[in-house]
Design a protein around this ligand. Structure first.
Ligand code: ADP
Ligand code: MG
Length: 252
């Protein structure tokens, strides 16, 4: 390395420009052969740094969201759920509902793609810059119960509003204890009008008392959740079930 290169490397380090440090040589060579002007070259060089930073941000937000596995809207077969409004889902993927602190409720039979959509929309939100956190309802309630036992609930409360969107998956598979219900209610109330939640459930609203075990609490919760919300009902046949039937049919 000549002295200019050594200086450049040191400045990139000081200014935290790893992409510039990595790409300047090849880009300078290209600029020279193509006769690109200095300003144009510098703009292209810095653009690389910005693009890489955006990409890194997306990846770190997706990591922080702790999705159980990745899912995308591209791999979602809308023709399998004709009752679902594709335009509505694509509009939701732009994340405007999160900016407006609105909620998303995905209600329907098992295997109809609720978790798939919740993850895909969560990942789309990460892409446009939102902080997201994915929980299963059971894991969230367990975390709340543990925090309460250890007298850490107050500390945790501050973190509840950190994500712009909290996904609560599989509400309704397991009924909660009275304390669990109350803690989940407290959690969702704390986020009310302050941040979005996306909930998936196999139970229609009229049956939510079965999850929370209390009429009044359920009514209050539903009132808050549905106040500013987008409700997607997905009550078709199970995609999983249909796929396995199709595979069995294809196999000799
Ligand atoms: P649910 O959460 O409603 O029980 P999932 O989202 O877990 O259902 O879907 C079950 C499986 O079927 C997943 O692997 C999911 O990716 C797939 N799946 C469901 N619906 C669709 C769909 N419309 N297009 C593509 N894959 C789907
Ligand atoms: Mg699911």
């Amino acid at each position: 390395m000549n002295t200019a290169e050594l200086r450049l490397t040191a400045y990139c380090k000081a200014l935290k420009l790893p992409t510039v440090a990595r790409t300047y040589k090849a880009m300078a060579r290209d600029a020279e052969t193509q006769g690109t002007g200095h300003v144009e070259f510098l703009a292209a060089l810095l653009e690389q740094e910005v693009l890489q930073r955006d990409e890194n941000g997306i990846h770190s937000r997706i990591r922080a969201a702790r999705f159980p596995y990745p899912k995308t809207l591209d791999s979602f077969d809308f023709s399998a759920v004709p009752e679902l409004n594709k335009h509505k889902v694509l509009a939701l993927s732009k994340g405007e509902f999160i900016q407006h602190r609105e909620n998303l409720l995905l209600i329907g039979n098992p295997g109809t793609g609720k978790t798939h959509l919740a993850i895909a929309l969560g990942m789309a939100a990460c892409r446009v810059g939102y902080r997201v956190r994915f929980y299963t309802a059971a894991a969230l309630v367990n975390e709340l119960l543990a925090a309460q036992r250890e007298h850490q609930l107050h500390k945790l409360e501050k973190q509840w509003l950190q994500p712009h969107l909290v996904v609560v998956d599989e509400l309704g598979y397991i009924p909660f204890s009275q304390t669990g219900s109350q803690l989940l209610f407290t959690f969702l109330s704390a986020r009310y009008e302050r941040g979005s939640v996306a909930i998936t459930s196999n139970l229609e609203f009229t049956r939510w008392t079965e999850i929370f075990g209390d009429d009044k609490l359920t009514a209050a919760l539903l009132d808050r959740l549905t106040h500013r919300s987008h409700i997607l009902t997905m009550n078709g046949e199970s995609y999983r079930f249909r796929e396995s039937l199709r595979r069995q049919h294809e196999e000799p």
